[in-house]
Write a protein that binds this ligand. Structure first.
Ligand code: ADP
Length: 460
């Protein structure tokens, strides 16, 4: 492959920061395999007024290029437009969205500044890959600053139905921005279809025979690349020291009781209150399970600068407290709710210990926890995955117990079904789920995206 790979994402995996997630590893691998490249993103620092341009940290073959935000930019671009407008609308929560012209201006101006900075770092034969909803306008800004090589974008969150996307006052501007890329990748066929329909209905775009779209006097290819995990790594971790010791620690407390587990960032898209209610309902209706099942919900707070997140925290504290007060006994606590994060090693041990994985977001781009849960199971005695039909992962993981997360009774019934599922059925379902998780893993995701992006080079 010619040239270097240039990646832009809100945060990078700059060495020294604790973010060894699957995506960070996948993108680092992509840069290394390419023989080198640049990974551009926000430094994580906010300065009162002036920013310092780009600072480069060279690490082996990767140059990490980090730019700061001013406090006003952080407020308007990051907390404001990205997390108070784009995130809720893209997750179908227009009711939580806050539309402010000032926030959009900050978003546009950061995309412009970052786009210029990144263009200065590119060389002629490079390939550019931009990530996620923070940078929807980055492509257009790079084109305006003179970048005319191949450029792809991947959206990690859902792309909503056109009827919802158009609630954003700047939807046309955002769509033009996205169409400056050659390849626009989505998590699911549903997202790709939504984007395509939006372009056709709003701009009279023409769908070409090969799936590319002719719009705004250029050609863009929307395509589905469902992100995955590294199943071998997770399977190894799940029997490693950290995992085993975590499973032992928790095992001592829950004793012989069945474990139901939920692991999520504390976000209103994850359906956490509904999930706790469903577990409470299950106890209301099934006396036999009282004292015999424990629900562990791990949910570290995120984006605490946004009001909707603070309200969620209060709601969860109250619900967990109420269910525990109703049902706890001297030697049993129905819900263990831990508002903190754990290492990947620890999580895989807990997934493996669990009889049920409860993954019930109200809407989710993919949901990697669902795939991690599957990859960490013991093939001889696997747990059961209960999965929201509104998680992107549900397009692939059809052999989970699929539920409507808004339907509290249905989720409650599905917990009972999972807890009583015979071993044969658990094994059969797990085998089929594991095949799907392995078929499109994280390497498949990055390799296919980059191969498709490379094909657009011939158009230059
Ligand atoms: P999102 O990107 O919306 O947070 P995903 O499920 O797609 O949701 O990805 C979340 C990632 O963060 C997964 O790799 C998961 O293991 C990790 N994660 C989620 N919750 C926790 C937690 N409580 N502690 C540690 N890691 C977590």
């Amino acid at each position: 492959m010619p040239g270097r790979l240039i990646i832009a994402s809100n945060r990078t995996a700059v060495p020294g920061e604790p973010r060894a997630g699957g995506l960070a590893v996948a993108l680092s691998d992509a840069l290394e395999e390419r023989g080198g490249g640049v990974w551009f993103g926000w430094s994580g620092e906010t300065l009162v007024r002036e920013t310092r341009g780009v600072r480069i940290f060279a690490d082996n073959k990767i140059d990490f290029a980090l730019a700061d935000l001013t406090e006003d930019e952080y407020e308007g671009y990051y907390l404001g437009y990205a997390n108070r407008a784009l995130w809720p609308v893209f997750h179908y929560r227009i009711d939580l969205a806050h539309f402010s012209d000032g926030d959009f201006e900050a978003y546009e101006s950061v995309n412009r500044r970052f786009g210029r900075l990144l263009t200065q770092l590119t060389r002629k034969d490079d390939t550019v890959w931009v990530h996620d909803y923070h940078f929807l306008l980055m492509g257009q800004e790079m084109r305006a600053s003179g970048w005319d090589g191949p450029m792809g974008f991947f959206l990690h969150i859902p792309f909503p139905a056109p009827e919802v996307f158009t609630s954003l006052p700047q939807h046309q501007r955002l769509a033009r921005g996205l169409c400056s890329f050659d390849l626009v990748g989505f998590q699911t066929e549903r997202d790709t279809a939504n984007f395509t329909r939006y372009l056709v209905e709003t701009f009279d775009a023409e769908i070409l025979d090969d799936g590319r779209i002719s719009v705004f006097d250029r050609i863009v290819r929307p395509q589905t690349f469902s992100i995955g995990v590294d199943p071998d790594d997770l399977a190894d971790l799940s029997v490693g020291d950290e995992a085993t010791s975590a499973a032992k620690r928790l095992g001592r407390i829950i004793d012989q009781r069945a474990l139901v587990i939920g692991v999520d960032r504390m976000d209103y898209s994850k359906g956490l209150p509904q999930r706790m209610q469903a577990f409470g309902r299950m106890l209301d209706e099934n006396e036999a399970f009282r004292g015999h099942v424990s629900f562990l919900q791990i949910a570290p707070p995120s984006r605490e600068g946004v009001d909707a997140y603070q309200n969620l925290r209060e709601q969860l504290d109250q619900l967990a407290g109420q269910i525990n007060a109703d049902y706890a006994d001297l030697d049993w606590m129905p819900i263990r709710y831990l508002a903190r994060g754990y290492s990947r090693g620890t999580l895989t041990g807990l997934y493996r210990l669990a009889r049920v994985g409860l993954v019930t977001p109200l809407y989710d781009g993919m949901n990697l926890v669902a795939k991690e849960f599957v990859a960490a199971q013991d093939p001889e005695d696997p747990g059961v995955l209960i999965l929201s039909e509104f998680a992107g992962a549900a397009e692939q993981l059809r052999d989970a117990i699929l539920v409507n997360p808004h339907d509290i009774s249905a989720v409650s019934d599905s917990i009972r079904t999972a807890l009583t599922m015979p071993l044969d059925e658990r094994r059969d379902r797990w085998r089929l789920l594991n095949e799907k998780v392995r078929e499109k893993d994280i390497s498949w995701w990055r390799n296919t995206f980059l191969e498709e992006l490379e094909k657009t080079r011939s158009d230059y």
